[in-house]
Design a binder for this molecule. Structure first.
Ligand code: GLN
Length: 493
């Protein structure tokens, strides 16, 4: 029985709870047991079993009184450790936030708890969400539950992708029915692809950033990682909404995303951008992309060749804008207000010692790049230029929406790789996000759907990008893509 409870989707678990097949308490306990036996994956930075059972019991009580809150009531989920959770350790995967226990709850998690979701714990992540492999975490790497069946990576532990690696691994390893992550340049979609789960980044402004530890404020967005597109639609519906505490959150009604999944995409125009056909792209990624195009065409959509001419500038400009914002956001970690303090001889010495000891090498690299591009004399040459190019990237998409409704691309240029690879070459690591960063720069919604297996038996994802606030169109297409792909493979873990 307990094993079966772990194989459900959120939609199935919700129906079974409604039918009285099992209680929210039993469902939570099964997942807590799974979390304990999967500790070897290092997917969690904090486990909250007592809170989970208290929340599950409250869900059972509501149900007994006929007061169920909706589709997430009693559903156990995991939370990326970038979200502040009241009374629960929140570290952003960094040593500098040692022992930081917020006295407040992020808006997104508060919305989820108000919808009845049950918190299992906080998930491992790259330090301050900077990374693509979950290897920059102070708490050590998280391990992907998938294993290669052939090729160079056989027998090696693989990365789950990043930065929301723990969240993706937890959903793939059947520890959580769903999880939340954040995506600045790809951190929900790329780990979703690496772990064979759905990763959904909504439009910038759709979810409140209040209480989410800031990395790059003009790019950061929260979103769900789930086993199906429908589950992602349900979670996003609970997470999204206007928040007076975040002036960049948009005051627009939250649609019932699940009702958008009609299965009908007849006449939908699917854009295929020429510039995403990169030199040296593995043949199997190209083949899957073509397969995706055929699936959607077969379902009645029209394929349109489009051009996004500034695509090649997206990654270089992201690595100016994101570090610039990060260097400013991370200035607050001074050894006085939060977490770690290493006492020095005076105030400046304390700042320096604390930051030297508290930040890892990737974070330091970004603080240095960010400070450099914002400094007098370089601001115009780098930061301002990058902002101008960013506008051009957004304009490329704007022009594309004249001729198509959604855009189809691969999610990542490879399948998951072994822990330790690409570590000595930051550029090789940054290239993971080549297909995800452009939509981030333009603030657009995008989703990764598991679509096939690599020759080595590892999951590969296809990405759909939609116009701003067109999550419904994007999700409807993603649902059709998911059905056509029929991805049922599971990790050996
Ligand atoms: N991998 C990218 C980076 O390191 C994106 C991270 C993210 O989306 N948080 O910045």
């Amino acid at each position: 029985m307990a094993g079966e409870l772990l194989q459900l989707t959120i939609t199935q678990a919700g129906a079974a709870l409604a039918a009285g097949d099992f209680s929210a308490h039993e469902l939570a306990q099964a997942h807590l047991d799974a979390m304990e036996s999967a500790r070897g994956l290092n997917a969690f930075t904090a486990e909250t079993p007592e809170r989970a059972l208290t929340m599950a019991d409250a869900a059972d009580q509501r149900r007994a009184q006929g007061e169920t809150l909706g589709p997430l009531d009693g559903i156990p989920i995991a939370v990326k450790d970038l979200f502040c959770t009241e009374g629960v350790l929140s570290t952003a995967g960094s040593h500098i936030l040692d022992g930081f226990t917020p006295t407040y709850e992020s808006t997104v998690t508060r919305n989820l708890w108000a919808a009845g979701a049950v918190m299992l714990g906080k998930t491992n992540m790259d330090e301050f969400a900077m990374g693509s492999a979950n290897v920059t975490s102070h708490y050590g790497p998280c391990i992907n539950p998938w294993q290669a069946s052939s090729g160079d990576s056989v027998g090696k532990d693989l990365v789950p992708g990043g930065s929301s690696g723990g969240s993706a691994a937890a959903v793939a390893a059947r520890i959580a029915l769903g999880a939340i992550g954040t995506d600045t340049g790809g951190s929900i979609r790329q780990p979703g692809a690496f772990c064979g789960v759905v990763g959904l980044k909504p439009t910038y402004g759709r979810c409140s950033r209040w209480g989410v530890i800031a990395f790059a404020s003009s790019l950061d967005q929260a979103g769900p990682l789930t086993r199906t597109v429908r589950d992602g639609a349900l979670m996003l519906g609970a997470m999204a909404g206007h928040d007076p505490m975040d002036s960049t959150s948009v005051d627009a009604p939250v649609p019932d995303y699940a009702t958008a999944l009609t299965g009908d995409i007849k006449g939908m125009r699917i854009g295929v951008p020429a510039e995403y056909r990169m030199d040296g792209m593995p043949g199997e990624i190209e083949t899957l992309w073509r397969q995706g195009r055929d699936w959607l065409e077969h379902a009645g959509a029209a394929i349109v060749d489009i051009s996004l001419p500034h695509t090649k500038y997206a990654l270089p400009t992201y690595y100016i804008v994101a570090p610039a914002e990060a260097s400013s956001n991370l200035a607050r970690y001074d050894g006085v207000r939060y977490g770690l303090r290493v006492d020095g001889e005076d105030m400046t010495d304390t700042y320096e010692k604390t930051r030297a000891a508290g930040f890892g090498p990737e974070v330091k690299r970004r603080v240095m790049i960010g400070t450099y591009v914002l400094s007098a004399g370089y601001y115009d040459a780098y930061y301002l230029q990058a902002q101008k190019v960013r506008t051009r990237i957004a304009n490329d998409f704007r022009a594309a929406w004249e001729v198509c409704d959604v855009i189809l691309t691969p999610t990542a240029p490879s399948a998951a790789f072994a822990i330790g690879e690409k570590m000595d070459d930051p550029i090789a690591m940054y290239l993971n996000d080549i297909f995800t960063v452009p939509a981030s720069m333009a603030g657009l919604p995008a989703i990764s759907v598991p679509a096939g297996l690599s020759a080595d038996g590892l999951p590969l994802g296809l990405q759909l990008i939609g116009p701003a606030f067109a999550e419904e169109t994007m999700l409807r297409t993603a649902d059709v893509l998911e059905s056509a792909a029929g991805f049922t493979a599971k990790p050996s873990w």
